[in-house]
Design a protein around this ligand. Structure first.
Ligand SMILES: C[S@@+](CC[C@H](N)C(=O)[O-])C[C@H]1O[C@@H](n2cnc3c(N)ncnc32)[C@H](O)[C@@H]1O
Length: 161
């Protein structure tokens, strides 16, 4: 077995355990929610609900801080009446664009939100595909995302694996 296979396996086991705990809570009507240490003060109660919608439904891979940035940037351009629309290149499940659209709607902005992606997933990485800063093989992340996708959907569909 290769080192990268072991790394993928390790990540997958951790994610699988996490999914079991989350599903167990879900079965009794409880939800595990990561506590948000500090919301930017500029975000209202209503806007925070948009954030929780995206976070709770795992609609974005972005960190909380990045999602806050998207929301605050969208508010800022609306408040200042800056022209132009919103484009997200590589949307995955669309969480960032959902937040942008929600903010625009809340403030009555007519800005359009454009989403670009393959929408069919990526091709399997080859041995040459590595993270530039760490040298980590892309196949590790690819395997992890494939399994996570399966766990997520099998969980939602109630399929036991
Ligand atoms: C890291 S994820 C994006 C995360 C997303 N912005 C979010 O908030 O969760 C990268 C996304 O880019 C897409 N992608 C990567 N390369 C692409 C390409 N060459 N053409 C179209 N979509 C691409 C992938 O399908 C994937 O959904």
């Amino acid at each position: 077995m290769k080192v990268q296979d072991l790394e993928s396996l390790n990540v997958v086991i951790k994610e699988r355990l996490k999914a079991i705990v989350v599903n167990a809570f879900d079965a009794v009507g409880l939800q595990i929610r990561k506590s948000i240490k500090s919301f930017p003060v500029e975000l209202s109660k209503e806007e925070r609900k948009f954030f929780y919608y995206v976070r709770d439904n795992r609609l974005s891979m972005a960190s909380d801080e990045r999602l806050f940035s998207t929301m605050l940037a969208c508010k800022h351009v609306v408040e200042l009446g800056i022209d132009g629309d919103f484009v997200e290149c590589g949307v995955w499940r669309g969480g960032n664009s959902i937040l942008a659209a929600a903010i625009f709607k809340l403030y009555g902005s007519k800005k359009k939100v454009y989403l670009f992606d393959t929408f069919e997933g990526m091709t399997k990485p080859a041995e040459f595909d590595k993270e530039l800063s760490t040298g980590k093989a892309a196949i590790v992340e690819f395997n992890r995302s494939q399994i996570l996708h399966y766990i997520d959907y099998s969980g939602r569909l109630g399929i036991k694996s």
